[in-house]
Design a binder for this molecule. Structure first.
Ligand code: G1P
Length: 296
């Protein structure tokens, strides 16, 4: 059984939901307090020993390349000012991964982005992580996925239950449970209406794939939104290979739209010792304000 050594991170999207913030800055660089979204995922990958990271980028994404590189002037500045901890932090993230950047010249959809990574991945199984979602205890969730991969050698997809009104935001799976929290995928549909949906089990944005997915992506026709969808290629993959699934057991934080992003930032701030007290007192202050109370 081949180990998963590479992860593909599609980061070429426009980030239209966050304009104008994302006009010149990638949405993956939006901070959750002081850490860019993308770094949470990269750190979890490092923790499970996946350090060859293929970023599928586009124009305007230079900030991501710079973020995972050395920054000699900044490092010098931190050194001079005795900020050793910060120095280690900015240095480590560049030291610990081997980034590979590949350009998606046209944004033709998530499936197309994954296919763009083929020359960098080759004929190997690989992991895909989407930047819209951060998982609590991501390391544990990735370990669960990798364990299933080692056991079955097939593609694996992480799922979560979503309320009916959110079904149309996700790829939805029809599954058969084969043992506790291990499922076989029977069907997949990208962003269905609640009526069309075969379940309320949504694709979380964490996958491992056998390289057969590339062959399927090459013959996947544009689907939802006129885009080449990864979910549609997985549906084709089902004709040849079993795809296994599991439900994530940790909290899922959505960062893909401004409201959920804001919620995630507040929740993270409430979890962090250095920001918790301040956020609670700010929130209290706001809600005690007569004018705010009248708004709600
Ligand atoms: C993508 C996938 C979808 C998945 C979702 C998870 O959609 O196409 O199947 O459920 O990520 O975040 P997007 O959010 O990029 O529109």
């Amino acid at each position: 059984m081949r180990e998963i050594r590479k992860a593909v991170l599609p980061v070429a999207g426009w980030g239209t939901r966050f304009l104008p913030a994302t006009k010149a800055m990638p949405k993956e660089m939006l901070p959750i307090i002081d850490k860019p979204i993308i770094q949470f995922i990269v750190e979890a990958l490092i923790e499970v020993n996946i350090t060859d990271i293929v970023f599928v980028t586009g124009r305007h994404k230079r900030a991501i390349e710079n973020h995972f590189d050395y920054s000699p002037e900044l490092e010098e500045h931190l050194k001079k000012n005795g900020k050793e901890k910060l120095l280690k932090e900015v240095r480590d993230i560049a030291n610990l991964i081997n980034p590979i950047y590949i350009r998606q010249k046209e944004q033709l959809g998530l499936g197309h982005a994954v296919l763009t990574a083929e020359p960098a991945v080759g004929n190997e199984p690989f992991l895909v992580a989407l930047g819209d979602i951060i998982l609590e205890n991501e390391k544990e969730e990735l370990q669960r996925m990798l364990k299933l991969f080692r056991r079955f050698g097939n593609s694996i997809v992480a799922l979560m239950e979503v309320p009916r009104e959110e079904i149309s935001k996700y790829g939805i799976a029809k599954v058969r449970e084969i043992e506790e929290n291990v499922y076989v995928i029977e069907d997949l549909i990208e962003k269905p209406s609640p009526e069309e949906a075969p379940s309320n089990l949504a694709i979380v944005g964490r996958y491992t794939f056998t390289p057969t997915i590339f062959e399927k992506l090459k013959i996947t026709k544009p689907g939802k939104g006129g885009e080449i969808q990864l979910t549609d290629a997985m549906k084709l993959l089902l004709q040849d290979e079993v795809i296994y699934a599991y439900k994530v057991e940790n909290k899922v934080y959505d960062t893909g739209n401004p409201t959920d992003y804001l919620k995630t930032v507040i929740e993270f701030a409430l979890k962090r010792e250095d920001t918790k007290e301040a956020v609670i007192s700010v929130l209290k202050e706001i809600f005690e304000d007569e004018k705010v109370r009248n708004l709600t």
